[in-house]
Design a binder for this molecule. Structure first.
Ligand code: 2U9
Length: 357
């Protein structure tokens, strides 16, 4: 018994790792191990012999098991010490660079155009995206029966039976903000209203939410000539091309009279759009002199004041400037397309990102 004890305790002490310990455990105290064999021999002994050999074998078994556990935790401690000695971390190393996101093209273009109009004395006015149908339509000379109401594919807010509040809509243009600002600040006025607007439409050039900027200048001697100058200044600064020409084509909007659709000079070379050169034209906005009914809706006397107004799609001019072909890219695709179009953040503007000149 003492031989057995010395043999196994010695092996345990010398075991180099856990798997060697397991081999020893099976050989010593496993089901078919040496201690188990000795236990089986108890049956052949006299009761007196058994009385001393039985407890001694059990004690040996316990002793071997405890020696194995102690050795196991000794090995784990040694392994940890070894790792602590050999593995190390330089916490002073600089972290890995993380790719930064970029500002959304619509936000960037909104910043760009706001800065340009600010230089010409226009301030930014904002208002609610959900507004009454009076501010969105009636005040803009679009009465209930007017086809423009149907054309704008308006989203109406749900009303329970018996709810008699005036109908509310998701604004279909930012014009209601201009009415509200006229009411609040009166004339003279020089504002732009950028922001999201909503129409139930979806294809390559339309999304149900898009962005507009509308401009309004009211004073005592405002004319279409002022409008043309402001727009040409704007487009030259926005596309960074001196002397961009505009072409005004007679049109009709309920809120302006006379009204004009405005084109900018451009050409197509090898399938690429070139703005500000050639003899082609591209429609970019609608405009006109504010209709007297509309001035009156905003509390401004049309016998004293006149004004020009214009409206354009921010998403659309962002696409033109940065060469983005599908409006849905702003909403449905992942951020890789920003890099694809060479879009930079506001800190490092590359104003000719997608536009070839
Ligand atoms: C007030 C008075 C007049 C704003 C105007 C347009 C013409 C126009 C479209 C351009 C492309 C909307 O984004 S778009 O689909 N807009 O053609 N907007 S005049 O006229 C106003 C606005 C407010 C008080």
């Amino acid at each position: 018994m003492d031989d057995l004890k010395a043999k196994y305790l010695g092996q345990i002490a010398d075991a180099p790792d856990e798997s060697a310990l397991e081999t020893i455990r099976v050989a010593a105290v496993g089901k078919k191990g040496e201690v188990a064999l000795k236990m089986r021999e108890l049956g052949k002994m006299t009761p007196e012999e058994r009385q001393t050999a039985g407890p001694a074998l059990n004690a040996l078994k316990d002793e071997i098991n405890s020696a194995i556990s102690a050795k196991k935790s000794g090995l784990a401690d040694a392994a940890l010490d070894e790792r602590l000695r050999t593995e190390w971390l330089d916490v002073t190393l600089p972290s890995r660079p993380r790719r930064q996101g970029t500002i959304h093209p619509v936000s960037q273009v909104t910043e760009e155009l706001t800065a340009i109009f600010a230089e010409m004395g226009f301030s930014v006015a904002e208002g609610p995206r959900i507004d009454t149908d009076w501010y969105n339509f009636d005040a803009l000379n679009i009465p209930g029966h007017h086809p423009a109401r149907a054309e704008m594919d308006t989203f109406y807010m749900h009303r329970e039976e018996g709810d008699n509040r005036p109908p509310h809509v998701l604004r279909t243009h930012t014009s209601p903000v201009q009415i509200r600002t006229m009411e609040e600040r009166g004339a003279p006025l020089r504002i732009i209203c950028p922001g999201g607007v909503y129409r139930a439409d979806y294809d390559q050039t339309h999304t149900p939410m898009f962005h507009q900027v509308e401009g309004l200048a009211i004073d005592k001697d405002i004319s279409m000539a002022n409008l043309k100058w402001v727009l040409e200044e704007f487009f030259s600064a926005f596309f960074e091309i001196d002397g961009i020409k505009t072409r005004f084509r007679a049109s009709h909007f309920p809120f302006t009279e006379p009204s004009a659709e405005v084109d900018i000079q451009c050409s197509w070379v090898d399938g690429q759009l070139r703005i500000g050169e050639g003899d082609g034209w591209m429609e970019v906005l609608g405009s006109g002199m504010v209709h007297p009914h509309v001035l009156r809706s905003g509390g401004v006397d049309p016998d004293v004041w006149q004004g020009f107004a214009f409206g354009m799609g921010i998403d659309r001019i962002a696409m033109l400037k940065y060469g983005i072909p599908d409006l849905r890219a702003f909403f449905d695709s992942d951020l890789r397309w920003l890099r694809h179009y060479g879009f930079a953040s506001l800190d490092t503007p590359t104003l000719h990102g997608g536009l070839s000149r």
